[in-house]
Write a protein that binds this ligand. Structure first.
Ligand code: ADP
Ligand code: MG
Length: 698
């Protein structure tokens, strides 16, 4: 039997394949491009393209595609076959270096937020050699960036790569100051933990809301939800186990290091975590993972729901972005060292992150701002919309000691001398876990927990990399000029702690008292909804920072502002329209026909029992017809609100109207419909209810 070792990466044109298929010269030249970002010459590109084609064709591929991540949040591909006519009437399989490096998909329908005039609508795609090409079915997929002819980024990969470069540049400056001359590059790594729900295809097909919006727009609380905490880490059901096994196989074949799987808190909720890898590869892999999760589910008669809040009243799904920075020589810069010197470097990088998160709280919030995620943040299941950093007791005590010039007492009660020249040595502490913190230090990495399950992790990591690059730049500018490096270093760490300690919070993030303290005493931002958050993308400090590191141009930021808000608006409008249609075509007729039947039995009963006052049936008819009126009224109001929206002249106004009027009206309508569900006999209700959906998989 083939073991995982045999087929892991079998669909990937990875280093093993490259080494075997390319000449030594071509391989080392390509390796240099991958590792150091040097330009690739066309001769090398031709050789790589030919090897890729041969490898793919031999495995049965007929097409290739430049696989990219437009701003729609999903991945896009346009397939071209390798065939080219030969003079003898047959075909040959062709794929040139030029075709590998650059593609021109007719991609004019992707959102550009005004960056492309229609006459130059055809953006181009450019190969990202740092992320391996892979085979999907009969297609060779080449990970690419997507830009306009004016070189504006139209995708999520381009700014991500730029942010990695910004971080690399500034982190190397710091490392050189610490006397490290060997590291050639510094990269961030990410391990994204992915949550999801599984329900049966049969149930899914009967719910227009799930089909059109990914979440249930109606549904009374199930008799049994997650109260008993019996699902989390519980035994995995056979159908789910079969799904996970199949999923792992598919992921391993495309080289994704799927590692951990378990049940999550809500019924029908599960989690998958891969082993961490370089950020842009982790991002590609996560996009691919989500796609494969859906595909494999379909094979099992299941549907994988990646929406952040498919069910009200039970936990939604997120994605924990575990992030660290390390050198190409394998040193994790967020790992406390064994010597005071290593610790000083660690503290500096730690401070850079603390400062970055405080200075750019809004950017981190914006990175996860979607209509779906708004249902989750701050709902006592995911971190609040207020960003803060959790460090754990020990690290906190170290920072406090530095700030106050006090001796630091470690767990072993050895007092460390803390003078101008000596920074404390302390122990690693990986035991602390605070699940309520949006941004928690977990030993040698930070875990950002605000990301929504359906989000691309690109946005989060663009903002993280860039804002940390900015802190490091400020540090490097000062330290490079310092006469006494150690004193300057100490002072800077101390100053960072003083200036930014407001962002550090080790308590319960779900507590209302914290939100009060955070906003009123500490002045932290509480950007509750996407329309509250997204406009801050264009705040001067954010534009200045992101443009100065070359991560975004001002035009690109404007376009992203437009696209993100537009996406928010469209998402909610589709939900509202779906609600209207479900109410009018399904819910009202169902309640009505049940009411009519009950009224008939009421009449029949009355005919038999002449002095009947208010029997069960007549009372129920009364209540149901009141509810029907209420539903009709609320659906009318929702329709009016939708009409009103058409008057909005820009996405800023429209999104604010949605937040203030449309969403509250949707909530009102849902309340009366859910009430009707609980009062209507099951056989009349037009679609499966929560009890059916959440326990559908056996
Ligand atoms: P949990 O958060 O559930 O306790 P772990 O901390 O073991 O789980 O790991 C969660 C994720 O963090 C995994 O994807 C893992 O590969 C990733 N991870 C572990 N170490 C690092 C690191 N140094 N940098 C980035 N991600 C990491
Ligand atoms: Mg975790």
């Amino acid at each position: 039997m083939a073991t995982v070792k045999d087929y892991f990466g079998s669909m990937v044109f990875d280093d093993r394949v490259m080494k075997a298929a390319l000449s030594e010269k071509v391989y080392s030249s390509l390796r240099k491009t991958i590792d150091e970002g040097t330009e690739l010459d066309i001769g090398v590109a031709n050789a790589v393209a030919a090897a890729m084609r041969d490898w793919a064709v031999e495995k049965g591929a007929t097409h290739y595609t430049h696989w990219f991540q437009p701003l729609t949040g999903i991945t896009a591909e346009k397939h071209d076959s390798f065939i080219s006519p030969s003079p003898d009437g047959g075909v040959i399989m062709e794929f040139s270096g030029k075709e590998l490096i650059k593609g021109e998909p007719d991609a004019s329908s992707f959102p550009s937020g005004g960056l492309r005039a229609t006459f130059e609508a055809r953006g181009y795609t450019a190969w990202d050699p740092t992320s391996y090409a892979f085979r999907k079915g009969k297609t060779l997929c080449i990970p690419t960036a997507f830009c306009s002819y004016g070189s504006h980024a139209l995708d999520k990969k381009t700014p991500l790569l730029r942010s990695m470069e910004a971080l690399n540049k500034q982190a190397l400056r710091i490392l050189r100051l610490f006397g490290n001359d060997t590291a050639k590059c510094v990269r961030s790594s990410v391990g994204p933990e992915q949550e999801y729900f599984l329900i049966t295809q049969e149930m899914y097909d009967k719910r227009p809301d799930l089909r059109y919006t990914g979440r249930t727009l109606f549904g009374a609380k199930p008799s049994k939800g997650q109260e008993m905490d019996d699902h989390y880490f519980g035994a995995i059901k056979p159908a789910v186990e079969a799904y996970m096994a199949d999923l792992n196989d598919e992921l391993w074949k495309v080289g994704i290091l799927a590692k951990t799987e378990h049940n999550e808190v809500a019924p029908a909720q599960h989690e998958l975590a891969p082993i961490y890898t370089t950020t842009n590869i982790a991002t590609d892999h996560n996009q691919l993972t989500m796609e494969i999760m859906r595909k494999v589910a379909a094979r099992h008669g299941l549907v994988c729901l990646l929406h952040e809040k498919p069910f009200a009243g039970v936990n939604g799904s997120g994605k924990h972005n575990n992030w660290s920075i390390s050198t190409d020589t394998g040193e994790n810069l967020l790992s406390p060292g064994d010597t005071p010197y290593d610790n000083a470097r660690f503290l500096l990088f730690l401070c850079a992150v603390i400062k970055a998160v405080d200075d750019y709280q809004d950017l981190l919030r914006i990175a996860v701002a979607t209509a779906g995620n708004d249902h989750r943040l701050g709902a006592n299941e995911a971190p609040p919309a207020v960003v803060s950093v959790f460090l754990g007791d020990e690290l906190n005590a170290v920072l406090e000691a530095i700030e106050k010039d006090l001796p630091y007492e470690s767990a072993e009660k050895t007092v460390m001398k803390l003078g101008v020249h000596v920074l404390p040595k302390f122990n690693r502490d990986t035991t602390d876990r605070n699940r309520t913190s949006p941004f928690a230090f977990t030993g040698n990495k930070f875990e950002f927990r605000m990301v929504g399950s359906a989000d691309s992790i690109a946005c989060t990591n663009i903002m993280l990399n860039s804002s940390v690059a900015e802190s490091l730049k400020i540090y490097a500018d000062r330290l490079e000029k310092a006469e006494d490096f150690e004193t300057a270093l100490h002072d800077m760490i101390k100053k960072t702690i003083k200036d930014h300690k407001r962002i550090i919070f080790n308590g319960n993030g779900y507590d209302d008292a914290w939100i009060k303290e955070a906003t009123e005493k500490r002045g932290l931002m509480n950007l509750r909804t996407s329309p509250d958050a997204i406009p801050h993308l264009l705040d001067k400090k954010n534009v200045d920072m992101l443009t100065s590191h070359g991560v975004f141009s001002e035009e690109e930021l404007r376009s992203r502002y437009e696209i993100t808000l537009d996406n928010y608006c469209k998402t909610v409008v589709i939900e509202a329209n779906t609600m209207v249609s479900m109410v009018k075509k399904q819910i009202l007729p169902a309640v009505e026909s049940y009411t009519a039947d009950v009224a008939n039995s009421a009449a029949a009963k009355k005919a038999l029992v002449s002095d009947l006052k208010c029997g069960y049936e007549s009372c129920l008819v009364g209540k149901l017809s009141d509810l029907t009126d209420a539903i009709a009224m609320h659906v009318g109001e929702l329709e009016d609100a939708l009409t009103e929206l058409e008057k909005a002249e820009d996405v800023g106004t429209e999104s604010a109207m949605i937040r203030d009027t449309l969403l509250p009206k949707m909530r009102d309508l849902r309340v009366v419909c859910d009430k009707a569900e609980t009062m209507t006999a099951k056989k009349y209700w037009p679609f499966p209810v929560y009890d059916d959906l959440l326990f559908s998989v056996k």
